[in-house]
Design a protein around this ligand. Structure first.
Ligand code: NAP
Ligand code: FE
Length: 366
């Protein structure tokens, strides 16, 4: 047996964890750069909780609240310049994956001058601002990963910064911030988390410890299918989903993602399809593809979800995701050419060819 596990993030998953752990902000620095999206952090109470905690322990802050979904390189450069201009010495990211990923890239760029190519090249000096993250969607798991995923116009896709330097020092995970998350975002982000744990189990770096985390994460999300389908997402379900998404983050921190994510990035880049939805649209075709060479692993994944067949899984995904976008064969050819270049294509135990990728796109939208 071979197990490798590394998570330098202190994970505090608890009700009112910000208030209970306010003293930790004092250890992080003297002046925080708080990074959020435009609206939700104000509305769900997370920003107020953080600023109250900072005031309580006497730590100053500046607010950068302009992060849009699927943040661009220009956005994180702007935030990093703002951090430098204001003398911030640590970063607090609050929001879905977009503000959390932006916060990580800003923490890096505030300390290092990197060209766009260097930003994704993986060779950095050790300097980075310490990072604290609070998720307010239950999906990306970014609060416990070493990835920051940015819209990259040069690659016409989304590209990852991947370095242990941007592991958050602290993840504060409180389901209460997700209580008013709209149903559509709840579904899309839950499917993103499901995809992380499933792809992690199919990745070449999977090991028995990661398997435990992935299994619990997949089971918890599958137990929520009925509530997601009925739209009756109660507090207990929200708690399960955020727990499952943080586990999913721990999974991909160790395994990376696979073809589903690489293929999904084109759907987001060219058709503005939400990240989790993009993964969900592709998952059943990926199951069919993997099953041809490894039926045992697919049978196990279906067992964990308590489902009898891939058709039953596809049926649930179809009902959760609703009507599909119309995409042409020409576009699928273009997307195939882009996604085959992504590193995570070769990260699955069953590696798809260019033709397999094209066929999965076509099957997913037929
Ligand atoms: P998101 O783009 O962060 O947020 C989507 C929408 O949800 C925004 O309009 C946001 O509003 C709103 N929102 C967030 N929290 C809310 C709340 N509690 N209540 C109501 N609305 C809320 O979506 P996401 O799916 O969480 O993140 C997607 C990004 O994460 C993508 O860029 C993806 O590539 C990345 N990702 C990263 C990792 C990783 O390991 N780093 C893994 C997977 C995905 P505001 O804009 O007003 O906040
Ligand atoms: Fe994802």
């Amino acid at each position: 047996m071979s197990v490798s596990f590394f998570l330098p993030t202190k994970v505090l998953l608890d009700e009112d964890c910000v208030k209970k752990n306010a003293a930790l902000f004092k250890i992080m620095g003297k002046k925080a750069l708080i990074v959020t999206g435009r609206h939700s952090a104000r509305e769900n109470g997370s920003l107020q909780d953080v600023t109250d905690a900072l005031a309580f322990v006497g730590v100053d802050y500046v607010l950068y609240d302009k992060v849009e979904s699927n943040p661009t390189i220009a956005r994180v450069r702007d935030g990093a310049a703002f951090a430098k201009a204001n003398g911030a010495d640590f970063v607090i990211g609050i929001g879905g994956g977009s503000p959390m990923d932006a916060a990580k890239a800003m923490a890096l760029l505030a300390c290092q001058d990197l060209s766009d190519d260097e930003l994704f090249a993986g060779r950095y000096s050790p300097d980075v601002l310490p990072i604290v993250l609070l998720p307010t969607t239950a999906g990306t798991g970014s609060e416990v990963t070493q990835y920051s995923i940015l819209t990259n116009d040069k690659a016409q896709s989304k590209t990852s910064i991947a370095t242990p330097l941007i592991f958050p020092k602290i993840a504060m995970v409180d389901a209460k911030y997700t209580h008013d998350l709209p149903l559509k975002t709840t579904i899309n982000t839950a499917i993103d988390a499901l995809s992380h744990s499933i792809e992690g189990m199919l990745a070449i770096k999977a090991n028995s410890l990661i398997d435990l985390l992935a299994t619990d994460s997949i089971a918890k999300i599958a137990q929520s299918f009925d509530k997601l389908l009925s739209g009756n997402v109660d507090a207990a379900c929200r708690a399960n989903l955020i727990y499952a998404s943080t586990l999913g983050g721990m999974v991909i921190a160790h395994t990376g993602t696979t073809a589903v994510h690489s293929m999904g990035y084109s759907l987001t880049y060219f058709h503005h399809i939400d990240h989790g939805r993009a993964n969900g649209l592709l998952l059943a075709a990926f199951f069919n593809f993997v099953e041809k060479q490894n039926p045992a692993v697919i049978s196990r994944l279906l067992d964990i979800m308590g489902l009898p067949s891939i058709t039953a899984f596809k049926n649930i995904l179809d009902r959760l995701l609703g009507e599909k976008e119309k995409i042409t064969a020409e576009e699928f050819k273009k997307f195939t050419g882009i996604s085959i270049l992504a590193k995570n294509i070769a990260n699955c135990t069953v590696v798809p060819t260019q033709e397999d990728i094209y066929n999965m796109y076509v099957e997913s939208f037929s």
